[in-house]
Design a protein around this ligand. Structure first.
Ligand SMILES: Cc1cc2nc3c(=O)[nH]c(=O)nc-3n(C[C@H](O)[C@H](O)[C@H](O)COP(=O)(O)OP(=O)(O)OC[C@H]3O[C@@H](n4cnc5c(N)ncnc54)[C@H](O)[C@@H]3O)c2cc1C
Length: 464
């Protein structure tokens, strides 16, 4: 690990100006995000234009200095980790909305705009980004493209790659990949931009994104329901999704240990008192309210029918925004379980609906066979089968890492699921990619990386 030389720092300073480079106590003054080693490079550049990014990349390529692109640093797979001798290129000063076509429902934005900034801008026009996640206040569109983010609305609008119409990116040799289409149909062969979506910064720096927006649902009603089993939760999902006149917006599931620990840590255990059975699963449902009270009444009728069909044992419908936020806090504050039970292993997997009930039962059995004291904190996006889980004993347990991983990942591929659902590979899942991915695909990925980035300067040692 060799730090950058003074003249290299001066050359980079000449590109972005004195206010566009940080080398002093970077980790002490900037928020390193989820991963403490994100800022270990000690050099952070803040380009403001495409030309800045191009010049940085060209210079770094000529000097064999590797680059770690950063957006909001909310990624949780280690894709933004950096080390001495590298430079971080943070896009957050490139944060404009460059064009917005209200009629077509499209927008072109700089990569550094946060999801929340874009949401605020388009919501007032009755449109939505079509992707939502709890880190919305900090996560950037460039980061979301680069991780192919998913979130709570993926069962309706797909993941990030389904929202992207076009991209602009700076490739590792400094060339601009200019494919900023704003139309759904553009068959100019070959389609290269899907390679950059989800590349976690290994193939280039995304600088602009053209997005296909979706209609914004008018108002939301939120309910928290208790369900006896996963199969019941899935039947409830199907009922809400297919009921005429109801528009299901989000559907999230929490297993009892996850929900109860989070509610306790929030100081709000009473939120879950409506569920009388201690082993109930919890499902949060958001539906569009429409105008007037009819949406709420209709939703309550659907829940009553779900109760009659024994899909739910009880449900509460949020009476106001405060209650709604409280329900969602229990779902979103996933780090509270880690705080109470640190040192756990976390996973982000996808399971096809038809296997979800059996998979989760088998998982609990397998983990408790490994060690009866292990806690399983399980929750996720029910609509698309994406589960997040932490397995923890509240103490270091590295000797169990391989066995636990096998219990979680084993069988996923055969059932058509995935060991890596929405958070990406980064550094944390590189070994798992080799163990649980497809060997032939991995070879193609290595060849693509070599073709894009023969000097291996763009976020090296990530993904591959
Ligand atoms: C509370 C919380 C909730 C979350 N919920 C979800 C969720 O529901 N669904 C989900 O998918 N994710 C979720 N995440 C993870 C995270 O928010 C997403 O991965 C997000 O897309 C990261 O965006 P970012 O701007 O913070 O990227 P960063 O963390 O800065 O970077 C992530 C990766 O993208 C690369 N990168 C960043 N910007 C660029 C760029 N312009 N060009 C090229 N590469 C770039 C980085 O090198 C890194 O590999 C959550 C995170 C938190 C903290």
């Amino acid at each position: 690990l060799i730090p950058l030389r003074i003249e290299q720092l001066e050359a980079l300073r000449a590109i972005v100006g004195a206010s566009g480079i940080r080398t002093d106590d970077v980790a002490g003054t900037l928020d390193s995000g989820i991963n403490e080693s994100n800022l270990d490079a000690g050099v952070v550049l803040f380009p403001e234009t495409l030309e800045h990014v191009q010049s940085i990349v060209r210079y770094c390529n000529s000097q064999s200095i590797s680059i770690v692109p950063h957006g909001g640093r909310t990624g949780i797979s280690g894709g933004a980790e950096s080390s001495i001798g590298q430079v971080v290129v943070q896009t957050t000063r490139m944060c404009g909305i460059l064009s917005f076509d209200e009629d077509a429902g499209t927008a072109v934005v700089d990569a550094g705009i946060t999801l929340e900034q874009l949401q605020t801008a388009v919501h007032s026009h009755g449109l939505s980004v079509g992707i939502d996640l709890a880190a919305r206040g900090t996560a950037t569109l460039g980061g979301m493209v680069s991780t192919n983010a998913g979130g709570t609305e993926a069962f309706r609008h797909g993941v990030m790659r389904h929202r992207v119409l076009g991209l602009e990116a700076v490739l590792p040799d400094g060339a601009v990949f200019d494919d900023l289409k704003q139309v759904a149909k553009a068959n100019e062969r070959f389609d290269i931009k899907p390679l950059l979506i989800g590349a976690e910064g290994t193939l280039g720096i995304v600088t602009k994104v053209a997005l296909n927006l979706v209609p914004l649902a008018s108002g939301r009603i939120t309910a928290l329901a208790s369900c006896p089993t996963v199969a019941d939760a899935l039947r409830l999902f199907r009922r809400c999704r297919l009921s005429p006149g109801a528009e299901l917006l989000c559907v999230e599931i929490m297993w009892p240990d996850y929900a109860r620990t989070t509610a306790e840590e929030l100081g709000k255990p009473s939120l879950l008192e409506f569920a009388l059975e201690p082993d109930s699963l919890f499902v949060i449902l958001d539906v569009a309210s429409g105008s007037g009270d009819s949406g709420r009444e209709h939703f309550e009728q659907i829940l009553a029918r779900a109760f009659d069909a024994q899909e739910i044992t009880n449900a509460v419908v949020a009476k106001n925004e405060r209650e709604r936020n409280d329900f969602w806090l229990v779902r979103d504050e996933s780090f509270l379980c880690d705080r109470r039970y640190p040192h756990g292993f976390w996973y982000d997997i996808s399971v096809p609906h038809r296997c979800l009930d059996e998979y989760s039962r088998q998982l609990f059995r397998a983990i408790h066979d490994i060690h009866p004291d292990f806690k399983i904190f399980l929750f996720g996006h029910l609509g698309d089968g994406n589960l997040h889980l932490t397995i923890s004993a509240g103490r270091p347990m590295s000797e169990f890492e391989e066995t636990v991983e096998q219990a979680v990942y084993g069988g996923l591929r055969a059932m058509g699921g995935s060991f890596s659902a929405e958070h990406g590979i980064g550094t944390h899942k590189r070994a798992a990619l080799v163990r649980h991915g497809c060997a032939a695909k991995l070879e193609i990925m290595r060849a693509i990386k070599q073709m894009f980035d023969p000097n291996n300067i763009m976020n090296p040692a990530k993904v591959l």
